[in-house]
Design a protein around this ligand. Structure first.
Ligand code: BGC
Length: 381
């Protein structure tokens, strides 16, 4: 604005000089003309920046604590920038108030689409109302944002299938279908943050596979901790998972009782379980599940102290979200492949679900290294 003012002033001076005609020396006129040219250039730059701002995409990620979110954010930023967009990528250190204020800033800065991986799917209400009022489409990323009609689309993995794969792995590893009459297997459960809608899919998907064996009395839980709310882990925190399992192991397995399986919904909780097992369990290692194929968990996969993880290729998800953003920017329909599964309380949110893949020691080279996701050096493979 100031520059525009300067430009006007300079123009007035030029006109004045011309009006004075031959009375002004040529050098003085040339000087003013030069000044006008410089100011014009600056104004053009400013206008260009404003237009670029019109390409702004806000990407709000929950935390840098977990490797997967760093990868998600970086992948998306790189791909959106390659497609010509400007990206405001923010991480909120798992703090809801920080995430809310980051989103407020993105709206104030004129972003045209918001991509949000929420910390707590229930906690974003009013800032999303602001987005809706400003007609900014919101794409819920990986985790569904609940109770808000400002959510336009949802991009994630098939979260139910993540749980199914974990449940199936346990069934096959223990060969539960052929369990001899009267044999029982001990299983304990752990899932993630109660504010993350995904746990309903991870946990319930796995239980849908395990329940027949629970009903038949083949799978039993010595701790009695089977309810989702009881086996949840605030913030998906590794230390909380470890503390809970240390207490379970001390109370129910210290007498030599064999623990056969642990259904862990993801790698950060599986890591806590593995730490607890390493410090306070001497029996045969249980079949331990996970999700994400975090670098921190790969050594356990190789050592056999975590049986499997579910690989979710964040590059695929990022690419899908870039397609969605691009379509929204062009006023077109974003790609979706599911219009039935994800109801956020205000109705079904049109979704794109990417496919998760089961990963263990037998296929990790192909999935993690050959695909270029990690280098062999990164995971020591
Ligand atoms: C994601 C998982 C992740 C977990 C903890 C979930 O919403 O889907 O991939 O392990 O959050 O960050």
């Amino acid at each position: 604005m100031k520059k525009l003012f300067a430009l006007l002033l300079a123009l007035i001076m030029v006109v004045g000089l011309i009006a004075c005609g031959a009375e002004k020396p040529v050098e003085e006129v040339e000087e003013v003309v030069e000044e006008v040219e410089e100011t014009v250039e600056e104004v053009v730059e400013e206008v260009e920046e404003t237009v670029e701002g019109g390409n702004l995409v806000g990407v709000a990620m929950p935390t840098k604590d977990l490797q997967r979110w760093i990868q998600d954010g970086e992948n998306m930023k790189a791909q959106l920038e390659a497609a010509g967009y400007t990206v405001d990528l923010q991480y909120a250190a798992n703090d809801i108030a920080t995430q809310v204020s980051q989103i407020e800033n993105m709206i104030a800065n004129g972003c045209e689409v918001l991509v949000i991986a929420s910390i707590d799917g229930e906690a974003l209400g009013s800032v999303l109302d602001q987005a809706k009022a400003a007609e900014i489409p919101v794409i819920a990323y990986d985790r569904l944002i609940m109770g808000s009609d400002a959510v336009s689309y949802y991009a994630t993995f098939d979260n139910w299938n993540v749980g199914v794969k974990q449940g199936e792995y346990i069934v096959e590893a223990l060969d539960l279908a052929n369990a001899p009459e009267g044999t029982t297997y001990n299983i304990e459960y752990i899932t993630g943050d109660p504010g993350d809608n995904n746990i309903n899919f991870f946990f319930d998907g796995a239980i849908s596979v395990l329940q027949p064996y629970v009903d038949a009395g083949v799978l039993v839980t010595p701790s009695g901790q089977t309810e989702k709310a009881v086996v949840a882990t605030p913030g998906w925190a590794t230390d909380a998972a470890q503390a809970r399992f240390e207490s379970i192991l001390a109370s129910y397995y210290a007498d030599g009782t064999q623990l056969d399986a642990v259904l862990a919904s993801n790698d950060s909780t599986a890591l806590g379980v593995a730490n607890a097992l390493a410090s306070s369990y001497t029996g045969e290692y249980p079949v331990l599940t996970g999700q994400d194929c975090d670098i921190a968990n790969v050594p356990n996969l190789l050592a056999g102290t975590q049986a499997m993880s579910v690989f979710k290729d964040t590059r695929t998800l990022a690419a899908k979200v870039v397609e969605m953003v691009d379509a929204l920017m062009q006023g077109a329909e974003p790609p979706i492949n599911d219009t039935e599964t994800y109801d956020n309380g205000t109705g079904i949110i049109p979704s794109f679900l990417c496919e998760p893949v089961s990963c263990d020691i037998n296929n990790y080279v192909e999935i993690l290294i050959d695909s270029g996701y990690y280098t062999a050096d990164q995971i020591g493979g």
